[in-house]
Design a protein. Structure first.
Length: 194
């Protein structure tokens, strides 16, 4: 699950009443920020180079190119994506929060949301940012690692009570996922070399 969900659940923010425990971090540093073609064009007119390296320069260019408000899509309101955006943009402009509207959009629909004007930009993990760029629906503004690294994205979470009472069993899904990852990596290398 998204890394922030166990925390949001513990705070009673996401409608989950069962306490959760993150027992393993599964994925870090895969988020990207993609902007629509209109924002890209305005940023290029302002001579922003889209070099993906300077988070401050990218944020300033984005805020400058945005008109009055900026609608940004994220997969879930209590997600690392939303945290990255808030921390990043408010560090450059304390009033940015008033100009930013965060909208929840399922990742498979983000490319279409940016193409049809539902949002001006989005922050999401792979492969959804690449999909928008490959289909010429948006432009890659920044990798999430330029803002925060390592940023935890996905975790293996279980019910807190189960993790406490079944300490030996809780390590089994961690090992199973690790083994599956190794197997997939080996299969991918076999396929790529043949």
């Amino acid at each position: 699950m998204l890394s922030t969900l166990p925390v949001a659940a513990a705070m009673g923010l996401c409608g989950v009443s069962t306490p959760l425990k993150a027992v393993s971090v599964l994925f870090v540093n895969g988020n990207v920020i993609v902007v629509n073609r209109d924002l890209e064009n305005r940023q290029r007119q302002n001579r922003y180079p889209f070099d993906h390296s300077d988070a401050r320069a990218a944020g300033m260019a984005l805020l400058q190119a945005a008109e009055k408000s900026l609608r940004i899509g994220v997969p879930f309101p209590f997600s690392m994506h939303a945290e990255l955006l808030h921390d990043w943009l408010s560090s450059m402009d304390p009033d940015a929060a008033a100009r930013i509207e965060i909208q929840t959009i399922p990742p498979p629909f983000m490319a279409e949301a940016i193409a049809c004007g539902e949002v001006d930009a989005f922050c999401v993990g792979g492969p959804w940012g690449s999909r928008a760029v490959e289909k010429f629906m948006g432009a890659l503004l920044l990798h999430g690692t330029a803002i925060w690294s390592p940023a935890p994205e996905k975790v293996l979470a279980v019910r807190h009570e189960w993790a406490e009472t079944e300490n030996l069993l809780s390590s089994r899904p961690i090992r199973a996922i690790w083994r599956a990852g190794r197997w997939l990596a080996q299969e991918a290398s076999i396929i790529l070399t043949t």
